[in-house]
Design a protein around this ligand. Sequence first.
Ligand code: ADP
Ligand code: MG
Length: 280
Amino acid sequence: MAVIELTNVHKTYPPMWGPLAWGIGVLFREHRDTQPAAALRGVDLRVQRGTLLGLLGPSGSGKSTLLRIVAGLLSPSDGDVCVLGRDPLSQRGALLGQIGYVIRNGRSFYGHLSGYENLRFFAGLHGIPQPSRHHLILGLLRDLGLESVANQPQRSWSAGMTQRLAVARALLTSPSVLIMDEPTNGLDPDERSDFYGFLLDHIEQHDVTVLYATHDLNEAQFLCARIALMDRGQVVAQGNYFDVQRPARAIFKRPAPPPPASVDPGLAEYRKARFSTSDW
Ligand code: ADP
Ligand code: MG
């Protein structure tokens, strides 16, 4: 049986309206559509135990949305999701600790605490008992090449070190499912190859099932025995690298879509009138 199973999964984000959407649109220049955003459009996916499935797709193809749904952090609009035989949303408690989730977010650590102290804090939240906690953390820091900086405050760490710390945190509970959202962003080439070695060893030794999002064709070729190619919210091809290589190249070559229309159609006019350089 597959460890992760998705059947006809759809996700449509509701539109954002009013001054809030206007403000967010102006501040972040994204997610500012007034139309519902169809992020996933009928995704079927199976990931077998002990394998790494790469979700390869350009930015905006729906990778992060899919990972959040598998992790039980987001509800699908339609379709069925099953992780380790359970619904990750309604049975989240039962799956707690069995799913490790790695995203790129250095701000989810306490900058004034060292790497070791950060991991001790999160291990405490997971209820990992004191005697085994220390050895577990030291082992993870060693395996991820963070031993030498373990006692320095996390805010002094590089992006790559912080990213490895995020991986260590996800492994604290020895999860049998790992969900990784572009985990090598911010890592330099040496750190990347160390990380690949670590991950492949870890999968083999611990029989872990991994769902791994990437927008990097080379990374997918090197790391992923199986790839699901995503485009505009759909899985458009599946197989090994050579099976998806041709459609992947076509998708990645396509010019980026134009930015979404402004929430307030009058905004562009207003800006033009208000900030027109001819006034200066
Ligand atoms: P990827 O990870 O492949 O870049 P995402 O899952 O982040 O793709 O996004 C897929 C689509 O869903 C994009 O069009 C994006 O703008 C939209 N989207 C993502 N998150 C939100 C959100 N919170 N609200 C509205 N739209 C969103
Ligand atoms: Mg993403």
